[in-house]
Design a protein around this ligand. Structure first.
Ligand code: SAH
Length: 364
């Protein structure tokens, strides 16, 4: 199936509200997912290693200006123990995520990465913000496999409003994603859906950009207001024309996920925690049935988990040390899928296949 959609078609689908027409979109996304990446749901153990942050993002509860948040930084032994737990649970990947915390030194982290790579079979994914190239190269040399850095939005003006620069350093996340690829990482990005000021046209553009950047992983979640942030305290200081504002609804996230699957057929796409947060009952399952093929169970030690409050009422916050693995596998089985084995990285296609359009299923 040629999955390419024109910008106008993407825009039309994003605005679609008719449930019957949307069934068609879900069906196409699910079929593409099955043909391209199969029925496995890959699990990545998420370890939130520090909630210190030097940035002032207008959306995020970890922002430097949030004085109400107690801060923590995990010790090397704690990080390694959490990674081991990921391996013991059979997850193929550990994701180390944090605020942009320069207290996490490049050398210290490289040591931890080396230890995880040396003593476990895990792929290591990093999500540590806009660190300098030297850090990124050092971590890659230490064995890190993947890096996640969301665009948040491809609308430059909106991005600059919600993500002030650090000193005089320019924020060029697209440039950083390209460099990460050159350094040898598998590269992930994504957006929040429903940021105040975000338009349908800009989400259509985000989806086109996912394809242009040939992203390996794409995370899409709803924007969830945090009361201790400029975007969450009721001030609507990014007015858009009403009918242009993208809502931060579950439905809008599913549409974005499904269209992303059509435009980036073999990408790894998680049903995000933010999606699970706004529909704790079956947000994950609906995500997996509308294009997604990954989940990132939270393996952050319980004493820290509550403090990694990027937005309020995060799903899984109260689960015990056991991250509810049994419940997760039941959820996956209940929709006729199974837990993926191995690292679950992007399967690179034969070099002979020309472009994304010509790629064929490797699940004959
Ligand atoms: N410091 C890292 C990790 C940030 S947390 C970085 O900047 O890349 C990971 C993601 O959480 C962010 O990229 C953002 O998309 C999401 N996030 C942050 N605040 C949010 C909010 N209020 N609602 C929904 N998602 C949010």
């Amino acid at each position: 199936m040629n999955a390419t959609l024109s910008p106008a078609e993407i825009l039309n689908w994003l605005r679609e509200t008719d449930p019957q027409r949307l069934e068609e979109l879900w069906r196409r996304a699910d079929e593409t997912r099955r043909n391209q990446v199969g029925n496995a749901v890959h699990l990545r153990g998420l370890v939130e290693i520090s909630n210190y942050c030097g940035r002032q993002c207008a959306y995020c509860g970890l922002r430097l200006g949030n004085r109400k948040l107690g801060r923590y930084r995990m010790r090397a032994e704690e990080i390694f123990a959490a990674a081991q737990q990921s391996a013991e649970l059979g997850y193929g990947t550990v994701v180390l995520q944090a605020g942009e915390d320069y207290g996490l030194t490049a050398g210290g982290l490289a040591e931890i990465i080396r230890q995880i790579k040396g003593e476990t079979p895990l792929a290591v994914t990093l999500s540590l913000g806009e660190r300098p190239d030297e850090n990124l190269k050092l971590w890659r040399a230490a064995g890190a496999d993947r890096y996640l850095l969301r665009l948040e939005t491809s609308d430059r003006n909106l991005f600059e409003e919600i993500h002030p620069p650090l000193g005089d350093r320019e924020c060029d996340r697209v440039g950083m994603l390209r460099r990460l690829r050159n350094f040898g990482y598998e590269v992930g990005s994504g957006i929040m859906v429903g940021i105040p000021g975000q338009t349908y046209a800009s989400v259509a553009n985000d989806i086109a950009l996912f394809r242009e950047l040939d992203l390996d992983m794409i995370g899409i979640g709803p924007f969830i207001p945090h009361p201790e942030t400029p975007l969450g305290n009721g001030l609507r200081f990014f007015p858009t024309v009403k009918h242009e504002q993208v809502p931060n609804t579950e439905l809008m996230v599913y549409k974005t996920v499904a269209l992303t699957r059509l435009m980036r057929p073999d990408a790894n796409i998680p049903a995000t925690t933010a999606l699970a947060t706004i529909n704790k009952k079956n947000g994950r399952e609906l995500g997996w049935q509308r294009g997604a093929n990954v989940f990132m169970p939270n393996l952050t030690p319980l004493k820290y988990r509550r403090l990694y409050e990027i937005y309020p009422n995060k799903a899984c916050i109260a689960e015990r040390g056991d991250p509810g693995h049994g419940c997760l596998s039941l959820r996956i089985q209940s929709i006729g899928r199974h837990i993926g084995k191995g690292q679950g990285g992007r399967r690179k296609r034969q070099p002979t296949t020309a472009g994304p359009d010509q790629k064929e299923s490797c699940h004959a």
